[in-house]
Structures are given as C-alpha cells and as structure tokens.
Unconditional design. Structure first.
Lengths: 438, 435
C-alpha cells in the first residue's frame, strides 16, 4: 500500500540559509544590515576624522550666538543683535510665506487654465496649450531670473514718480504713475497700502505709531500675534460655523419637504457682515504709500526678490496643475455627466454635484505633490537673493560660522519636516476620499 | 370624384446646399469661437491678447541684429535702420557667445571631442530608443560611457578601459557563480570582486598599461566644462544611471523583507523631502566630511552622483506606481509558472510595469534635465545662469537681458518638448489594449 510520507525533517544545514526560502530572506536581511551598519560607521568615522583634522567640533551652540546681519524681509521682529536661531526662523517664515502665496496663486491660475484648456473655444484652448507647454518645458530657474530681471530693469525709479512745480505748471505728467493710485512699482520694490487699525484716537496719531494699533498684539515669546487678526479669525470662524448650520438646516428641510430653501443671500450675510462690522469697529484703514524725498514711505514695500520668486514659481507650477486638473476632469467617464443630465440636473449642478467630487479624488494627490514641489523650489530663492531658509541658515549663517555640517543638516531636517507634514496631510486626505469598495 | 389631384413624387430631390451660416469657415467659427455669449467674450479677449502680444514681440523680433560687437553697436544699428526709439533683439550676442553657450570654457581646439561624443551618443541611444535596429548595436551603448568619458576629460585611455574591465570581471564572476548560487548571492559576490578591482587594481593597472603603450588625450579640467555640454553630461549620465537604481529602489520598497523595505522607504522619502539645491550643496560642501580624509574628487562627478540619487528616488516612486497598477493575477501567474523572483520580475512584471510608467519616467527625465541648470549654484557654468552671468559681466554686453534667457530657454524648450512628444509616441506604440 502506497502512502504519502511526510517530508523528512532535515537537520539544519548551513546551505539552507541560501537555498531555503524560509531562511533566505533572513540571511539577506542580516547581510544588508551588516553592510548598512558598516557603511554608517564608515561615514561616521570619516566625519569624525575630518572634523578632527579641521579642528572643528560638532555642536549647535552657535545657533544661540549673535547673528550680526540684517535681513531685508522680516515677518516678525528681528535685528542684527538677534541670534542665528532667530535668523533661521525668519528665513523659515519667508520660505513658508513664499510657498503659501505661491501655492494659492498657482492653484487659482492652474484651475482656470486647466478648465479653459478643455473649453470648446478653439482660440482659448490653443492659447492655454501654448502657456502650459511653454512653462512646463523650460527650467523654472529661467522664469525666476527673467521675472527678477524684468522687475528690476524695466521698472521706473522712485524719482520718476515725482511731480515738480515746473511740471505742474506745464501740465505735464510724470514719467511713471501709481497703479490705481495706490500701488507703486519701482525698481526698489512694490509699495502697497498697509492696513492699520485705530480705536478712539485721531487717525494721524495712529498712523504715526509704527505698531498696527487696534487691539494691539500679545507677545508669545518667539513672536507677537496680532490681536486684530486673531479677533478677525475668530469672528470669521464663527461665521463659517453658522453657515454650516444653515446648510444643515436647508438640507434637513430639503429632505423633509423636497424643496430647498433659498439660502444664498443669508449665507452671504452670515459670512460677510460680522467680519465687516468688526473691521469697522477696529477702525481699519489703509495707509497709501507716498513719495517723500527719494523714496516711498508709508505702506508696505514688497521686495522684488519675493515677487519674482513667488510669481515665477506660481506660473511654473500652475502649468503642471492645469494638466492635473484637465486630466482629472477627463478621467470622469461621459456616462457620469449623461446620467446627471438624465436625472435632470443642470450643467452647473452636474459640475458641482457629480463631476467635481469625483474629479477631486483624482486631482488632489498630484496637486499636493505639486505643492510639495513648489515649497521645495522656493529654495531657488538663492537666484534672486531672497532671504529664505537657505539664504539665512544655509547662507550667511553658514558662511559666518563655518558650521557647514550643522547648518546643512539642520536645513535638510527642516525641509524634510515640512515635506513629511505635507505628505502626511495627503495620506490622511487620500484615506478619507478613497473609494470604499468591498 | 375621380378628379382629385394626387401628387406622388417619384424621384429624389437633389440635395440642397447648406445655408450659408452652416458651412465652411462660418460654421467652424460659429461652433468653435462664437457658440455662446460667454464663448464670444472669451474669443474676443483671446484675440486681443494675441494681438497685444504680437504687437509687442513682432517688431522686436523683426528688428533683430545679427552682426555687431556690443550691445551699444546693436542699438545704434537698430536706431539707424528703423528710426529713433525702435527696439530690437540683439542676437549678435548669441552669435559671438555661441561656442561658450555650447561648451563653456572647453579649449577651442578640442571642440571635436565633445562633438564626437554627441555623435556617438546618438549611435548609443538609437538601439535603445528604436527596437527595430539590430541588437548588435547595443555594444556601442555598452561601450559608450567609457568612450565618452575618455573623449571629454582626456587623459590616458587605459583608465576607462581598466574601469570597463571591472564590469567584465563582474559579469564573469556572476555568470560562473549564478547557476550554483542564484542571482542575488552571485551578483553580490560579483559586485564585491569588481569593487576590489576598482579599488586596488585600477590605478596600478592603468599606470602599467600606460607605461607599455602610452595613449592619451590632452586632459581637460572639470571647471572648463560649461554650457549645454555640462547640462548634457550631467543629464545623460544621471538619467541613465538613475533608471536601474530607481527600479531596484522600487522593488526594495515593495519587498517583503522588513529591513530592505525600511531602508528603501527611508532613502526615497529623505531624498524626495529635501530640495535638490541642498543636495547640490551637500556635493560641494559636505561630501568632503563624509569621505576618507584626503580624498578629493571631481566636482562634476560629485554633482552627478547626487543628481543621480535624487532622480533615482523620483523614478522609484513612478515605477512603484506602475507596479501597483499591475493586477495581482500577473504576479500569481508568474508564481504558477514556477518562475523565481528575478525571472518573474524580468519577464513578466517589469516589462508591463515599465510600460505603464513611461509617461512618469519621461517626465522625471525632463524634470531632471531642467534641474541640471541648478548646478550654477555650486559654481559650475550651466547654460542658463552661469553663462548668462558671464555674458552680462562683459562690458560689451552689459545690460542685455531678454536675449540670453530667450535663447537658452528656447533650446531647453526644444529638448524637453521633444522628449515629451517621444514619450507620447512610445506610449501609443506600446499600447496593446484594444480600446
């Protein structure tokens, strides 16, 4: 009688480490681990030897010493007596400012271009194609350099804005004039009106005060927070909450009766009115830049380096976003919009209720990776000497202290943290909108 | 009663011509330009934008000057020809600086060397890009790196030859051991032996052979490289080296082995999380800390290594997308056929996964090629910033700003646009589904 016998239980042999699939992966991992540890220790050993040879130490103590250099764009208080850590913080804020403004601009331009590229208008879709191809296929560095050069070489100097008595007598216009009477683009920067707040004081008194007035600020130790802004955010957050409740009520009414109440004007009122009243109560007004002597005073001067960097990055990234948006809309099968039409939805509603929610699922992940790219590309600020994280921590601080290793590692760590935070957000979002199947 | 008039048409009417608004250009315009009020407004705005752009650009282009020695001379010629206040492009700068844009400070009498390398590059690329060519031509591809290195940097011919022999050693060891030890182990031993070859035998063997048969070209230093030559050297090397690395990283990330997976994910996320500029600064500032004391190697090589690592991480992610898009059935079918891991990858998984990832891979390549301009920040003369800065520092061309950027941008556009069209063509050609 034939019977099946269990495979003989072999005793462990050394060759099984390689040939037996039960052990092979373990062997490989051990080998990899050993190699990796060897590599790491080799790197560390080299670094220690090199540091010793150059008579340097590895410590971050320099961050607390005096920086001694000025930064031309600061979002929070900084003087050249501040520490290197503070300078790095200013740089980080500048990086983030450029990234956030760039992302917002890029999204707006990108969505508009992406939608227009799908339009059945021949000339518009061709124009948008030209824009997308032109910006995608040329290095972003070129757009940054070009924007910076145009801004600094083709703009008038502040004295071109001056109206002398002779010119007034001859009824002559100055060589340059302000945009809408409030924005002055000069070769030193763009001067825009500055918002100021004023409660219970004459306006001149508030304007003379360098602080922003109103409720004032509270000092958090690292930076000051504007109470005006905080109040505004609170009120606006409340408005949004109220608008949500309104929508829920409308939904409930619709579910119960089948008729959706008209809510748009209520929505508008809820969103706009409280904030407007608050701003009026705080005495919001704008200080328009004025030509005094050789330069504009009052208002905020936006550096051309910031404008050039942000604008160029936004235009460049917008070309990619446009393609993402187009691909996302095209990925929704025609059957969906036909089904919506069959249900009697009008085109605008079809877009809002059927196409967009599905397209967003396709659009958002690559969109966020474009945001990530834009954020990393802000490091090209070096091309226009914008004082971002690389300009402060990886630039002047590095050169002054000679702490190359520490500065570069810290800078990489910060960029890595930003990127990981953004991709963590992306993963959370992806999980939330994933198609729930099976 | 029979008098009733009855009319029955018994022949077809000849077809009427469509009404004038429904044919030809009028119809096309109605459908494509003025189909509604919104569209009409957009059309008018679009036409206005085009006209405005053309009005600004066309005269400037029409007033081009190709022969002059300085920007002032250019402007004078423009004023003379087209009257006071006319503006025009001064392409004379491009004409004068053309060699610098192409080769940087590469010695003038040696221009034939980069030219020959470029020519050979086409020969090396052709069998890879077009599968209809004879497969034997792949030998040109295999020998190309050493040849190009020798042509571009000069020096003794034996250095690249001995380095290539290292690969031969690797292949020999691999093919002898592979039947007995399997792919990973024999490949590992091969790499170790080849590294030993490069570490210990490279220099003495080169010296020995050079002593026996001195064959060398005049050496050219890395700092003399510049312009599009530099972009091509960095771009082509990094692109070709990053693809295999990216494939390995993608496989590592999908691996069942925890340690391999962790290391791959860590590497990919780290590289993707930091800007390329910080990596370039690492190449120029930090590498000296991480390497054994006293070792100091070429800046271009350092940059190439880091750019390759950078590109490999991105390509790994693209290929991972391709791997994820493959249905599980393909993996299971490979297992059912009894293929081992590497056979399954080589014969079943990779051909399909790579095909799916072609658009992503090419766009990574385009991105990489565009990013080669960033080497300007570590002191190399890239065609965009490096050379333009040199041109603008010249007293003759001070103040010129549109022309250099437009010129360099146009060349980048041609190359990148060409690459993206090629990828579309390839995608269509490889498409095997019937939709």
């Amino acid at each position: 009688m034939a019977f099946v016998q269990d495979a003989p239980k072999d005793s462990f042999r050394l060759s099984m480490l390689i040939y037996d699939t039960r052990y092979r992966s373990l062997t490989i991992q051990v080998v990899v681990l050993i190699l990796f540890m060897l590599f790491l220790s080799w790197l560390l050993n080299n670094t220690i030897q090199n540091l010793a040879a150059k008579d340097r130490t590895f410590d971050f103590g320099f961050l607390l010493s005096r920086a001694g250099y000025d930064i031309n764009q600061r979002l929070v208080d900084y003087t050249n007596d501040s520490t290197h850590a503070r300078a790095a913080f200013i740089g980080l804020l500048n990086t983030l400012l450029s990234a956030v403004v760039g992302c917002v601009l890029a999204t707006i331009i990108g969505v508009v271009v992406g939608v227009l590229r799908l339009s059945n208008n021949w000339i518009i879709s061709r124009l948008m194609t030209v824009y997308v191809e032109m910006f995608r296929n040329v290095p972003v560095l070129l757009w940054i350099l070009l924007a910076a050069t145009i801004l600094s070489e083709t703009t008038p100097s502040p004295r071109d804005f001056r109206v002398t008595p002779e010119m007034e007598a001859a009824d002559e216009a100055p060589k340059a004039s302000m945009l809408f009477g409030i924005i002055a683009v000069t070769n030193r920067g763009t001067d825009i009106p500055e918002p100021k707040f004023c409660i219970g004081k004459p306006r001149e008194e508030c304007d003379a005060d360098p602080n922003e007035g109103g409720l004032g600020t509270i000092d958090l130790g690292i930076f000051k927070v504007s109470l005006n802004l905080l109040a505004l955010l609170l009120v606006f957050g409340g408005s949004i909450f109220a608008a949500r409740r309104l929508k829920q009520q409308a939904d409930a009414t619709q579910d119960a009766t089948g008729v959706r109440p008209v809510t748009w004007w209520k929505n508008l009122l809820i969103l706009v009115l409280p904030s407007a009243i608050l701003l009026w109560a705080l005495g919001l007004h704008f200080v328009v830049p004025e030509l005094k002597g050789f330069n504009f005073t009052g208002g905020i001067t936006v550096l051309h380096s910031f404008t050039a960097l942000t604008l160029a990055l936004a235009l460049y990234t917008a070309a990619f976003i446009a393609e993402i948006v187009r691909a996302g809309i095209m990925a929704i099968s025609r059957g969906q919009s036909e089904a919506a039409s069959a249900l009697g939805l009008r085109p605008a509603r079809t877009m809002r209720l059927v196409i967009l929610p599905q397209a967003l699922r396709v659009i958002i992940p690559p969109l966020i990776s474009q945001y990530l790219n834009l954020t990393k590309n802000t490091s090209l600020a070096i091309a226009v000497s914008y004082m971002d994280l690389r300009g402060t921590l990886g630039g002047i601080t590095l050169n002054q202290t000679g702490k190359e290793l520490e500065c570069m590692l810290l800078m990489m760590g910060i960029y890595l943290t930003i990127s990981l935070i953004i991709s963590a957000c992306m993963n959370i979002f992806n999980r939330a909108v994933r198609l729930k199947e099976r | 009663m029979q008098e009733q008039l009855v009319f029955v048409r018994n022949q077809m009417l000849p077809p009427e011509a469509p009404p004038p608004g429904q044919k030809g250009i009028t119809r096309w315009m109605r459908e494509n330009l003025f189909s509604g009020p919104m569209n009409s407004v957009l059309t008018v705005l679009g036409i206005l934008a085009v006209v405005w752009l053309l009005m600004h650009i066309l005269p400037w282009l029409m007033h081009s000057v190709w022969n002059a020695n300085s920007l002032n001379e250019c402007r004078q010629i423009i004023q003379e020809r087209w009257g006071e206040g006319a503006t025009g492009a001064c392409w004379a700068m491009v004409r004068e600086r053309w060699p610098q844009y192409l080769y940087g400070f590469y010695p003038r009498d040696l221009y034939w060397r980069p030219n020959l390398s470029l020519l050979l590059l086409f020969g090396a690329l052709a069998p890879v890009l077009y599968s209809s060519l004879p497969r034997k031509m792949l030998w040109i591809t295999a020998l190309y790196p050493a040849t190009a290195f020798w042509l571009l940097w000069g020096g003794s011919i034996w250095a690249p030859v001995v380095a290539m022999l290292g690969f031969v050693v690797l292949w020999l060891v691999f093919s002898v051991l592979q039947p007995r030890l399997g792919v990973p182990v024999s490949a590992g031993i091969g790499v170790v032996v080849a590294s030993l070859w490069w570490l210990f035998l490279q220099a003495p063997a080169t010296d020995l052979l050079q002593g026996i048969l001195p064959l060398s070209l005049r050496p050219v230093g890395s700092r003399d490289f510049g312009g599009f030559l530099l972009s091509f050297v960095i771009g082509v090397t990094a692109i070709s080296a990053s693809l295999p690395m990216g494939i390995l990283l993608a496989l590592g990330r999908k691996s069942d082995m925890l340690l391999v997976r962790t290391l791959s994910v860590g590497f990919i996320e780290f590289i993707r999380g930091v800007p390329l500029i910080t990596l370039l600064f690492t190449a120029s500032l930090l590498l000296q800390y991480f390497l054994p004391p006293g070792s100091d190697f070429d800046i271009i090589l350092r940059v190439i290594i880091l750019v390759t690592l950078f590109a490999a991480a991105y390509i790994a992610e693209v290929i991972r997308g391709g791997l994820a898009a493959l249905p599980r059935g393909q993996y299971e079918a490979a297992d059912a056929l009894g293929l081992d891991y590497w056979q399954a990858q080589r014969l079943i998984i990779m051909p399909q996964a790579l095909k799916i990832s072609i658009p992503g891979i090419v766009s990574s390549f385009i991105g990489l090629f565009k990013d080669t301009t960033l080497v300007a920040f570590v002191g190399l003369n890239d065609p965009l910033k490096g050379i333009t800065t040199i041109v603008r520092a010249d007293i003759n061309w001070k103040g010129i700003y549109w022309e250099p950027y437009i010129f360099a941008g146009a060349i980048f556009f041609l190359i990148c646009f060409g690459m993206s069209r090629y990828s579309m063509w390839l995608e269509r050609k490889l498409k095997t589904d019937h939709r």
